[in-house]
Design a protein around this ligand. Structure first.
Ligand code: NAD
Length: 332
């Protein structure tokens, strides 16, 4: 049994919550519509229970009502792509922290959490290698006509353009270089040029140049109000003959009407995506083998990524309750 140790919260002037004493005995819910690998769950439970917390699990749930019921008495929540909407937060009066085991946190209503001083964290970098490997695999798959008969192409010597040079983008660049690709990258938020220089990657300063030079364009921007629908007809049709757009980011960053128009007009451009866009049927009709989408989001679906992200989420919760550490908070 976990020990219940009294704890106190204090409010700072900026309304942030921090802890003034060691906290045990919190109830942590792992809510995963698509469960973690079994080894990841075992590790998460061990980390949390060893620190004196209790763990509840809600896996493969079908109805949102199941999640609403399960959060009623929890202090902390670990999710994967599960939607933590305002009503889920409202149904959890004791909730203090939500950790999204993964990089993107567009599935969590960060504003609703912030309004209640609930900390939202992600686990950056923990699943990046899995996504980067998928991106490279997709490039080869599309170059080889989706593994159907016919003469394909090689990725060696081609220009790999990376849109957003974060954890995944950087690994894609490293792997692309190892395969003999010429790597260029655009990320206006990476101010330090030495990051690109250290990787031997050419820094590009305009999005237009990035797309104009891309034999393979690998997308790694987060889905934000600024980026949603931002990749459309003009950028896609500015790519060179035979170019491939590879999307392991989020389907929402694509302007789908523009994508369909581009692939219908340009019979040399290819699109490959981790999870199908809403316009999947249209693309199948107009693009045939120039289009492929995974049946479910698969980027982070490796045992290694599951374990890395799940264990990191558990450790971050333990640390948060023990010391107030909010290093990975995303809703400041
Ligand atoms: P990250 O936070 O490490 O990197 C994101 C990068 O995007 C940062 O360097 C940031 O500067 C840059 N950026 C933000 N806005 C930009 C803009 N408007 N233009 C150009 N660059 C911009 O995240 P990451 O781990 O590299 O993951 C990137 C995205 O990939 C996630 O947000 C997520 O949506 C997606 N992802 C998908 C899967 C999957 O299963 N397919 C798994 C992990 C991540």
């Amino acid at each position: 049994m976990a020990t219940i140790v009294p704890y106190t919260f204090e409010k700072k002037e900026d309304s942030a919550v921090y802890f003034t004493s060691f906290v045990k005995g919190m109830k942590v819910l792992i809510a995963t519509e698509k469960p973690f690998a079994a080894a990841a769950v075992d590790g998460i439970v061990e980390i949390l229970e060893s620190a004196g917390h209790t763990v509840a699990r809600l896996e493969k749930y079908k109805e949102k009502s199941e999640l609403l019921d399960a959060v009623a008495d929890i202090d902390a929540l670990i999710v994967r792509s599960d939607k933590v909407t305002a009503d889920v937060i409202a149904a959890a009066p004791n909730l203090k922290i939500v950790v999204r085991a993964g990089a993107g946190y567009d599935n969590v209503d960060c504003a609703a959490a912030k309004a209640r001083d609930i900390v939202v964290m992600n686990t950056p970098g923990q699943n990046s290698n899995a996504v980067a490997e998928l991106a490279l695999a997709m490039m080869i798959f599309m170059s080889r006509n989706c593994f159907t008969p016919g003469t394909g192409g090689e990725i060696k010597g081609k220009t790999l353009a990376i849109h957003a040079y974060g954890n995944v983008g950087r690994l894609v660049g490293q792997k692309g270089k190892a395969l003999g690709m010429n790597v260029i990258a655009y990320d206006p938020f990476v101010a330090d040029d030495s990051v690109f220089e250290a990787d031997g990657v050419e820094k590009i300063t305009t999005i237009e140049e990035l797309y104009r030079r891309a034999d393979f364009l690998s997308l790694h921007i987060p889905a934000t109000p600024q980026t949603k629908g931002s990749i459309g007809y003009d950028l896609i049709t500015s790519m060179p003959k035979g170019a491939t757009l590879v999307n392991t980011a989020r389907k929402e960053v694509i302007d789908e009407a523009g994508l369909c128009k581009a692939l219908a007009e340009r019979d040399d451009i290819k699109y490959v995506s981790d999870v199908a866009p809403d316009c999947c049927a249209d693309l199948c009709n107009c693009a045939g083998k120039r289009y492929f989408a995974t049946p479910k989001k698969m980027g982070a679906e490796t045992a290694e990524a599951n374990i890395n992200a799940g264990l990191a989420a558990a450790r971050q919760i333990v640390d948060f309750f023990a010391t107030g550490n909010r290093r990975f908070q995303v809703n400041k």
